[in-house]
Design a protein around this ligand. Structure first.
Ligand code: HEC
Length: 391
């Protein structure tokens, strides 16, 4: 793959549009209760050593630990690549050839390694011209095409054909809708990977940022949550009793760590679990399932919302959600083009009759729509079998 050095003019949008990036009016959301449950992910409780990072994709989970890269499939240990035993972080990015996704980890030397054949972590740094760099962080700037690599004093962006480097010293990066959010000199910024524009926002001391599935910047500071609306950030939530410590996007769900518990930021409310659910020194890590990982002192736990769905919900997660990710997420994420969020168990239950008609019976018109892919026979059987479990 070609790597070129392309110094693009970096412009601060706020310097031009006076006041455009100040924080806007408060619009505080109501708070509801969140029921949490611990999700089992290591059915045989195999020892994992000291865990540094985790990432999951479809039925595979890779735990990056002092024992190596441990591959679990459907909760069972499959293989451990013990050749590298020090890791910085892990995530899912568009595949180098843009065919699907790669589960990747950054090793202790800043090399990018992807899971290959569900067994080895192959060094792919040279595909991005990064063999002489030390990558500190990487994110999907877009789920299917763009990957951004933080290199300390530069940001490198791959669009699948070429890699462009920008003189942007950004850290704590997140990505989405072709934008990368993060922190430069203690201030929140977004970097548009298409135009090369850097925008600064008038919020100090960020704890974390992300770009949600509707393409909006979300910022957590120690006491507040903000979301982008038009040209400014609106304050949505204030925590007066415990500090906000983290924020991640898991398949459309915005998880927030508040003190020693978790909350979910929805469109019109914040739902917060009771105190004492997680270690307060924990670090949140995203999961492609919509659940969230909590890493504390080298130990990993996984949490999800307990919507009372019991076995039917577990079956949905294991057999239907992968179909959603493969065929429906393109249009049916929150804020997606179909304007209908089907990313959760609840949303499928609420539309079970329409699901049977459109997806299984394909009347009056099929879902996915013609030309947007179709379910395999196994997937149809799985959806149909799950629909039978819904009361
Ligand atoms: C290319 C975009 C696209 C994809 C991919 C897609 N949908 Fe849709 N879907 C839409 C749009 C747009 C509508 C609303 C118009 C309509 O009903 O046809 C819709 C409507 C629906 C409805 C009707 C809901 C109701 O209450 O009437 C269901 C159910 C549905 N989709 C399920 C799915 C499922 C399940 C998948 C994946 C297996 C999927 N869709 C993939 C665009 C898409």
């Amino acid at each position: 793959m070609l790597s070129e050095l392309n110094w693009t003019r970096v412009l601060s949008v706020c310097a031009l549009l006076l006041g455009a990036c100040q924080s806007g009016a408060d619009s505080l959301l109501g708070e509801q209760a969140l029921q949490l449950k611990t999700v089992s992910w290591n059915a045989k409780s195999v020892p994992t050593g000291t865990v540094f990072a985790v990432a999951d994709l479809n039925e595979d989970t890779v735990v990056f630990s002092s024992l190596g890269a441990m591959v679990f499939t459907a909760g069972l240990p499959l293989y451990t690549d013990s050749s590298v035993q020090s890791w910085k972080s892990a995530t899912v990015i568009p595949a180098g050839n843009l065919a699907g996704s790669w589960l990747v980890g950054i090793d202790g030397n800043g090399k990018v390694r992807r899971l290959r054949d569900r067994s080895q972590m192959e060094d792919v740094s040279d595909r991005y011209g990064l063999q002489n760099d030390s990558v500190t962080e990487l994110v999907a700037a877009d789920p299917t095409t763009r990957t951004a690599f933080a290199l300390g004093s530069q940001l490198a962006v791959s669009d699948g054909a070429k890699v462009t480097r920008y003189p942007v010293a950004i850290s704590q990066i997140s990505g989405g809708s072709s934008r990368v959010s993060g922190v430069v000199d203690g201030a929140v910024v977004t970097f548009d990977t298409r135009s090369g524009n850097l925008a600064r926002y008038g919020v100090g001391a960020p704890v974390a940022t992300l770009i949600d599935t509707a393409g909006r910047l979300v910022v957590a500071t120690e006491d507040s949550l903000y979301r982008e609306s038009g040209d400014s950030l609106t304050k949505l939530y204030m925590s007066s009793d415990a500090p906000i410590r983290g924020l991640v996007l898991s398949s459309g769900v915005v998880w927030v760590q508040i003190g020693d518990t978790l909350a979910v930021l929805d469109e019109a409310e914040v739902r917060r679990a009771a105190a004492g659910k997680i270690p307060s020194d924990g670090k949140l890590l995203a999961s492609s399932t919509g659940d969230v990982w909590v890493l504390s002192q080298g130990t990993l736990q996984r949490f999800g919302e307990d919507t009372g769905g019991g076995a039917s919900e577990d079956q949905w997660k294991n057999t239907v959600q992968p179909v959603f990710t493969r065929l429906c997420s393109l249009c049916h994420m929150p804020g997606g083009s179909a304007n209908m969020d089907l990313s959760t168990y609840k949303s499928w239950v609420a539309r079970k009759d329409a699901m049977r008609k459109r997806v299984v019976e394909m009347t009056p018109s099929p879902m996915p729509p013609k030309g947007a892919g179709s379910l395999t026979q196994d997937e149809l059987t799985a959806v149909s079998a799950w629909l039978d479990t819904v009361p």
